[in-house]
Write a protein that binds this ligand. Structure first.
Ligand SMILES: [Zn+2]
Ligand SMILES: [Zn+2]
Length: 367
């Protein structure tokens, strides 16, 4: 059985959550605040040491469950753990790394999902709070007359989720070699005639370039359009990962590994490399890349968790989805998502559930 870590206040024993405004662990009971780094050392090391390096195997189905004609097992692939606050046995989706206990609402971090081989190298902590995310969304719609009135009212947001999304961040040193075709055109008039002359040039650029933290998401379910629309993240402001940053938020671990994500990183490297070098070909009216070669000479990858606020609202039976970069506050509205895929992903994030009576009844708690 997996272990769930609930960070306790040393003053009063209340549950601690990470506070985005103060950059500290804050007690919901007495209001005391603590340095997150303090908790990495104490309770965490112990919890992490007890975990296997690989994700735990799904628990075997209890005997007699599911009943013969019950259809697919709703608990298949789920991970079982014990809430350290109330002792309840709860189930979670195999990729959930943080959430809250469906019984006592304590914020929990699932140790096995963020330790050993699954331990992130870095995390960008939330800088914007839930209230700020809602306020930003209201602002986005203020003064836009054509939008339904519901968007301008204060309480239209149905669901707000702070999610840490797993990301691979690739560093490349690369040799870039590009050829361009450039043109300049001039026109002169002689009497009633007009003469147009086009000069065509060939330009070459070659050099070494460093690319840092090219992001590729590590979640199979998460629609790429969400993250790509709220980029960039300032990775230089990331901190060494500590699980206490996740307290009070939702978090997922990766299920696409760095090898599987690599082709997308190379694609982005080639696009970026081409753009950077092309911008140095100046003094022409047109510049077109004729050939391009980007050859990495050194590669490195880090695993990070990036903060996102997801906001949804329902209007006339239709859901509208918004995302905010939890570090920079950049917000984008209504995302052109594949709604089915999106809700499967959101459903997975909410997938911490409670098991009652030895697995006879299943209660799903939506966080
Ligand atoms: Zn306290
Ligand atoms: Zn609990």
């Amino acid at each position: 059985m997996s272990q769930a870590v609930d960070y306790k206040c040393p003053q009063c024993g209340g549950s601690l959550v990470y506070d985005a405004t103060r950059g500290a662990m804050v007690c919901g009971n007495c209001g005391s605040s603590f340095d997150p780094a303090q908790f990495q050392a104490a309770g965490w090391e112990r919890a992490a040491a007890a975990q296997p390096a690989a994700p735990p195997a799904p628990p075997p189905a209890p005997e007699g469950w599911p009943p013969a004609e019950a259809g697919p097992d709703p608990l298949a692939g789920m991970v079982e753990y014990t809430c350290s606050s109330c002792g309840a046995t709860v189930m979670t989706d195999p990729t959930s790394a943080a959430g809250s206990c469906p019984y006592c609402r304590s914020p929990i971090v699932v140790a096995a999902q963020v330790s050993g081989q699954l331990a992130p190298d870095l995390v960008i902590p939330f800088r914007f709070t839930r209230d700020q995310a809602v306020e930003a969304l209201n602002k986005l719609y203020r003064g836009k007359r054509l939008l339904p009135k519901v968007f301008a009212s204060q309480n239209f947001v149905d669901e707000v989720k702070g999610v840490y999304v797993p990301f691979w961040l690739y560093d490349f040193d690369a040799r870039v070699s590009e050829q361009y075709t450039a043109t300049n055109t001039s026109t002169r008039h002689a009497g009633s005639k007009r003469y147009t002359t086009t000069y065509t040039y060939s330009a070459v650029r070659e050099g070494l370039a460093n690319f840092r933290a090219i992001p590729v998401d590590g979640s199979a379910n998460m629609p790429d359009v969400i993250m790509e629309s709220i980029e960039p993240y300032e990775v230089s402001e990331a901190v060494a990962f500590g699980p206490s940053y996740l307290a009070g938020f939702l978090a997922e671990r990766y299920d696409v590994d760095s090898k599987q994500a690599y082709p997308r990183a190379r694609e982005r490297l080639e696009q970026t490399g081409g753009t950077v070098f092309k911008s140095t070909v100046t003094g022409y009216q047109t510049v077109r890349a004729a050939a391009s070669q980007v050859t990495p000479t050194r590669e490195e990858v880090r695993y990070g968790l990036l903060p996102v606020w997801m906001l949804t609202t329902i209007w006339r039976g239709e859901r509208f989805t918004f995302a905010m970069n939890g570090q920079t506050g950049r917000i984008v509205g209504d995302l052109p998502l594949d709604k089915g895929a999106y809700w499967r992903w959101m459903g997975g994030l909410a997938g911490i559930s409670a098991v009652i009576g030895g697995g006879v009844a299943l209660l799903v708690a939506i966080l």
